[in-house]
Design a protein around this ligand. Sequence first.
Ligand code: DGJ
Length: 749
Amino acid sequence: MGITFYEKERIFKLDTPNTTYLIGIVGKLGFFGHIYYGKKLNGIEGAWELLRVDEDDPSLWDEEAKYRVLFLNRFPTEYSSHGVGDYRESSIRVRTKQGHNAVLLTYHSHRIIEGKPPLEGLPATFGQEGKSDVTTLIITCVDKVLNLKAELYYSVFADTDAIARSVRITNENSEAIYLEKVMSGCLDMENKDFEILSMHGSWFRERYLERKKLGHGKYSVSTTRGGNCHQEHPFMALLAQGANQTMGEVYGFNFVYSGNFLIQAELDQMDSVRVVVGIHPEDFCWKLEPGEAFQAPEMIMTYSSQGLDAMTHSFHKLYKKHIIRSPYRDKKRPILINSWEAAYFDYDEKKLLDIARESAKLGIEMLVVDDGWFGNRYDDNRALGDWYVNEEKLKGGLKYLADEVNKLGMKLGIWMEPEMISPDSDLYRAHPDWAIAIPGRKPSRHRNQYVLDISRKEVRDHIMDMICKVLSSANISYVKWDMNRPLSDLGSAALPPDRQGELYHRFILGLYEMQQRLLDEFPDLLLENCSSGGGRFDPGMLYFSPQIWCSDNTDAIDRLIIQEGTALVYPLSAIGAHVSVCPNHVTGRTTPFDTRGVVALAGTFGYELDVTKLTEEEKEQIKIQTAYYHKLNDLVREGDYYRLASYWQNGTHDCFQVCSPDRRKSLVFYVQVKNPVSFPYQLSRQIRLRGLNEDALYVVKELDLTKEDESDDQQGGKALNGGVLMNGGLNFDWMWGDFQAKLFYLEQV
Ligand code: DGJ
């Protein structure tokens, strides 16, 4: 495990439990290239051949070689150059004082260190405390003409098949240089007849999966919206021909960043593939004074030889152990009830307390006061930035509410949108220049709001002082940090003209600093990130909040697709999921209460409804669901996730499973979206389970979420062989009607 440098061969071997990544330095001029990324190798003999370079190629030794362009344009590099003859996507581009753009980085030296240095100002993966479970290779390379130094970081984890990469650029010249593009990583490899799996979507339709063939040319996912992205997701997987859920080779890429990104796969004339991952270069320009450094965010790469399931396990494990820092990471979160779909802006302290009183009786543990408790916020047209309690609306303020809610044995949480400013707000009236805007242009509004210029320290300090005051004024256990518009009209009143191109990235650095400060001041706070539903689901946000609101679409059927896409990369413990009322506010669809419960139990779990308006029967079901949450959540949170059937693909049913790491316990979630009626017999379905012990016997028990569970876990079920369940399948009888759910609990006897 770890990283080895083979001096004679000049090869770096990076090993994770099941994968190997090889980099080779070649020739006198310091080219270093990508040799291999795949299944774990025990030796490196013969690996050189994979570079497909002739060691006698003059381009490796002589800058004036006759066919240097030909060489540069096909060499499988670790970090692609710009403007000197490699016409595939570059990893870095600069602008010098003289107006030139070219960069060519060649090997200078390297270090291998135990552990992993943090990335300045940025969220990043880390080793677990007290364990030496991560090793880092730092390759220093230089552009001798520019006096520019680049350090390429590669960290490998002892327990996870993932490699984290990032880049740090230092200007060692005596004059300033402008970075116009800095990718966090580049991977050149042979085409394996790849298909691309990516995620697209919109508000209410986050992270829908899409699979297509990688043809010649470039295919990318990206955003230039600045920080709120439902449309495309910073994830891409390349699936070798024939790869599926359980078989075949899969390369997965994810970006630990919450702003503009670009992930691009390019199939070139030689049928080689180049993948680049990094900050989107559009409107990015970072001035580096002499001696200054720029830290690019981290990208994650995974390789699986066993299909998508294994890729998912690597991402889940990495994020569960190496990116979520919250003290709630390994804990059951309080079951919350959120006021948004219950009341929107129309509430006062009486209404909220009525909801809390009823909720407490049903096993709900936290009341979250969503949008509308502050300033003059009676609708979504005003008051963002005025972070003080509206005591006309909430008599006695948050202190009274928290005290009353605490008396019920419940916690209190609140909503905030700290990065925004309403034109109709005291804050804007006092500081109009704090909104992001271009002089002479009216900034475009979205939801009647502007974006705050949190690249400015005084702005961040002012907002955080207000927020911390509110949080100190009452016993507040949870914050939902929302963000409801993309950035536009990029201009900062505080940045000089030649630094305006830094604003997108400085905004995100400001966001990270604010969330860090919040957690430093309130270490026990449970933070949930959110952006118009699920527009902020990325690993950068997971570094700060152990859970992220997944979508404003709480319809149980639509959620199957949204949660499938999300869970492909992110652990179920991070997926904000609530039961809401029907007809659903977004889709108008009516689904059974227990189906809504089953789908939400596969996430953080909570409610998004006015519990005082429910029928007695529905309230009884809440009692049952909350009791099940306590029984099952450890398994959901800690278990390995398997996708068994996909409604997104088959259009009729959805099925997934979680298994405890010791394989002794498992849960199977099944939703029949459409009754598969077939005359004269009704179809039954056998779904092959995964992750069990082949030879063990499991008691399989169907959990009825409409009735109280009186038996203990070993009773009331049949004992089935693990091999039978995995190779034959678990039989699902058809159910009367659409949108029906089943939940099975398996325990080894
Ligand atoms: C968007 C969020 O996704 C909703 O849950 C809610 O908090 C609203 N914003 C409030 O404005």
